[in-house]
Design a protein around this ligand. Sequence first.
Ligand SMILES: [Zn+2]
Length: 283
Amino acid sequence: MQRERVADDIYIFTSERYAQVTAAAVITNEGAILIDTLLYPDETRQIKQFVENRLGCPVRYVVNTHYHADHTYGTCLFPNATVIAHQRCAELLEQRGRASLAQAQAALPELSEVRLVIPTLLIKDTTFSLTLGNKTILMWHTPGHSPDSITCLAREDRVLFAADTVMALPYFVDGDYNELLSALERLQHNNFENIVQGHGEVILRGEIEEKLRSDITYLRALRKHVEIALSKADPHAYLRNVDIEQCGKSRVLLNGTVQQLHRDNLLALFERIRQASQPVETK
Ligand SMILES: [Zn+2]
């Protein structure tokens, strides 16, 4: 796990074991707020050691930015913290999280200590504000990557924890293309100091607008190629040849795993647009 400091009291932890997934700690004079945890207990335990033992700051809140395992499995290591998430996250953890945890544990014995934690402090549709000591975190619903995704802002430091709304490659297979596009558009021109992505490196002030523009360009290019594919006799043959560079992104991001994300995106968008454009059956 790698640790870096992006502001006086804000630390970012990046997994070296799973897809460069990130978690963050906001340190206040009344305790710490964790924004996400990491997939493997040994990495989350290193965060706990650092924040609680080295900095001497007990974790009071854990925010789950969405229900996906790589962001939530470490929550159970903080039994005394209040867990915050969007209400859809609590529902999805109940509906899908239990079964997928059982499956993951069968495949990976080191996850055997993981327990599903259902968030209890739930965000509805308005902006939610959490003040602890000298820090305020604003949170709001940004579905798109997943139905329950939220985005968090450390108000005093203007550090945005975008979770998987901003990652090395926009990914909406479990969410909604249009919602992700509009979430990214709404993040533009906000004068953030940093954006902490859900996966990948922290984006610095001078890189933010270019990164958001490039993500939006990528999503629009996907749609253009899907529409061309729909006009072809063999749309899948066309889609197979739409490589990631044609949509303005590099295949080396996230150690190359973006190639698969790109293929999944293309197929998911193709299926959704194809189904939506099919004539409604009449009897
Ligand atoms: Zn995710």
